[in-house]
Design a binder for this molecule. Structure first.
Ligand code: BEZ
Length: 211
């Protein structure tokens, strides 16, 4: 069954480079980003894993744990980590799940047989502390992901969970937000003391409320 936004994500127990992971317990009270790679010792994946290691302090700031998955085993991952650290000039600071039996890949629908019947696509799952799926992305093997975009979505999710706003196209932390349509303008004026700009009755902007 396809995983859909709002679903509780499947729990699993699987080995990783940081030992056995009981997934829901590992997430605990944090947010989580689970992202898959087609295979160990592949060039695009090597750059992606290095980039996430570099951005780890940004994920930490947002109370987000990151975990990668590749279908090879832990011994293979350990060899690959040496290459990642050497070529990307980072210290690998988060776990890589081993998935040689494709247990997690199949649970999360990461193998798209018409693209490749044994390797995973580049999937991303953002999961909240209630273990609910909040975003999925699927990229082809040939295109490395933009992890700044993943951070941007997390900023939006964490903001909009706490305030009656949504975030417009290309929004980034600090930009004006959209007042959600369910709030009448008079009520919005009271709720957002920094002011409302009404372009249309359905299109109202307000400065980011938690800034
Ligand atoms: C890569 O990570 O470089 C890659 C993996 C599978 C197919 C193409 C590229």
């Amino acid at each position: 069954m396809t995983l859909q936004l709002g679903d509780i994500v499947p729990d699993f127990t699987q080995e990783s480079t940081h030992g056995t992971i009981h997934f829901h317990e590992w997430i605990g009270d944090s947010w989580a980003v689970l992202f898959s790679h087609p295979k160990d010792f592949t060039p695009v994946c090597t750059t992606e894993l290095g980039e996430v290691a570099r951005l780890k302090p940004e994920f930490d700031k947002r109370n987000v744990k990151v975990i990668a998955l590749s279908v090879d085993d832990v011994a293979s991952h350990q060899g690959w980590i040496s290459d990642i650290e050497e070529t990307q000039h980072v210290k690998m600071n988060y776990p890589i799940l081993a998935d040689p039996d494709r247990k997690v890949s199949n649970l999360y629908g990461m193998i798209h047989p018409n693209a490749n019947d044994t390797l995973t696509v580049r999937a991303v799952f953002i999961i909240d502390p209630n273990k609910r799926l909040r975003l999925t992305l699927t990229y082809p093997a040939s295109t490395g992901r933009n992890f700044e975009e993943i951070l941007r979505v997390i900023d939006s999710l964490q903001l909009t969970d706490n305030y009656s706003v949504a975030t417009p196209a290309n929004w980034k932390d600090g930009d004006d937000c959209v007042v959600v349509p369910s709030i009448p303008t008079e009520e919005a004026k009271a709720k957002f003391p920094k002011g409302i700009k009404e372009l249309k009755p359905y299109l109202r902007l307000t400065p980011q409320p938690n800034r």
